[in-house]
Design a protein around this ligand. Structure first.
Ligand SMILES: [Zn+2]
Length: 376
């Protein structure tokens, strides 16, 4: 039901992800070999069939100060993550793309106030499940004008009363550090029609090069053949560029409300691009240039503006598992989350990967520690 009725943005992470992170030298893969799954940006407000069961459980009490709301739903003492223990059957649904994220989010709102911009759900797979995406982002609402999407509020179907922006699921907790964490967060703002590309939901074959794919440098090889590169690499991905290994790009910062239209750079977009199969190379009918003025004329001003936009976000992380997490695992996830959300450089074990604050050019931050006042 969820699959049929819920629009979603899917990120299928590509070979580049591994190429970058694990330094595998064979880079002959085509960026077109990435499997693209339907990416839709629609409102969810019509999806009310589940709202009945979400009737407010005002009777919930916290049995003690341990934040063990239920035996299977426990806020860790560091207050950075909730461990939600599921049956094998329920857990396995998530790693076979059949999980219902709303079951998790509704449980969250039973015990927490509606104060979170994002809910992150992660399972604890030791390796990437076959045939599953690396991350998925369900956008619950849009309250921003001028970024290509109409405004709507589908938060109720998740149990939120309007605060929730998106729900993100990733099958492995390791992806907090490696990505696609930054990528999935970016999907709240893009690409929902802001820039017309041939790769749904992403920047495709354009110089928007950032978390959602694209290049930032383009060589014209003649005869309608081009070579795009990003971040000093020899190629680029049309829907992703190697997890948390690069920051948000100029246009990504714009749609996120972190730079003004005066700072928005012109974007080159390939018409009818086709990958040649060689990393970063493609053919196109021509390259057109879309200016900041074009984009503002098409979509209107971004409202709220950079002066009024939200710069500090709150998130709640839920780790699903089939048995209670070992303390060692909790400590490891806490450390990764703290680094991701830190308003500063992450620890050296992150290498050159970006946390949220750094990826936004130090313009925005995310709070992942749950404040006591947000617990019901
Ligand atoms: Zn994506």
């Amino acid at each position: 039901m969820l699959r049929a009725s819920t629009p979603r943005v899917i990120s299928l992470f590509n070979a580049l992800f591994f190429l970058f992170l694990f330094s595998i030298t064979n880079i002959s893969c085509s960026t077109d070999s990435l499997e693209e799954v339907g990416i839709v940006d629609k409102e969810e407000s019509t999806d009310t069939e589940e709202s009945q069961e979400d009737s407010n459980d005002t009777d919930v009490t916290n049995p003690s100060d341990t934040n063990e709301f239920e035996e299977s739903f426990v806020l860790d003492e560091d207050k950075k993550l909730v461990n939600f223990v599921l049956s094998d059957v329920e857990y396995n649904k998530f790693i076979t793309d059949d999980g219902d994220l709303k079951v998790v989010t509704k449980k969250v709102y039973q015990y927490f106030n509606d104060e979170f911009d994002f809910i992150f759900i992660l399972s604890v797979e030791e390796s990437q499940p076959q045939d599953l995406y690396y991350g998925i982002s369900y956008k619950a609402k849009n309250d921003i004008q001028g970024i290509g999407s109409s405004t709507y509020d589908g938060t109720a179907s998740y149990g939120s009363q309007g605060k929730l922006k998106s729900v993100i699921y990733m099958p492995r907790t390791e992806y907090i550090v490696s990505g696609p964490f930054l990528h999935e967060i970016a999907h709240y703002w893009a690409n929902h029609g802001f820039l017309s590309t041939t790769v749904g939901g992403h920047w495709g074959y354009s110089s928007a090069g950032g978390q959602l794919g694209g290049f930032d440098e383009l060589d014209d090889l003649g005869n309608g053949t081009y070579h795009g590169k990003v971040n000093g690499r020899e190629g680029f991905g049309s829907n992703a560029n190697g997890g948390n290994s690069l920051p948000y790009s100029n246009v990504e910062l714009y749609v996120m409300g972190l730079i003004d239209k005066d700072e928005l750079e012109s974007i080159q977009v390939a018409e009818n691009p086709v990958s040649t199969g060689e990393y970063g190379k493609f053919t196109a009918d021509r390259i057109i240039t879309v200016t900041s003025e074009d984009l503002v004329a098409e979509h209107g001003e971004r409202i709220p503006s950079v002066q009024d936009s939200q710069k500090e976000f709150k998130a709640l992380t839920v780790i699903i598992s089939t048995s209670k997490l070992a303390q060692e695992k909790i400590d490891s996830i806490n450390k990764d989350l703290e680094n991701f959300a830190r308003k500063g450089e992450p620890d050296s074990y992150w290498g050159n990967t970006y946390n949220f604050w750094k990826a936004t050019g130090e313009k925005a931050s995310i709070e992942i520690q749950v404040a006591n006042e947000n617990i019901k």
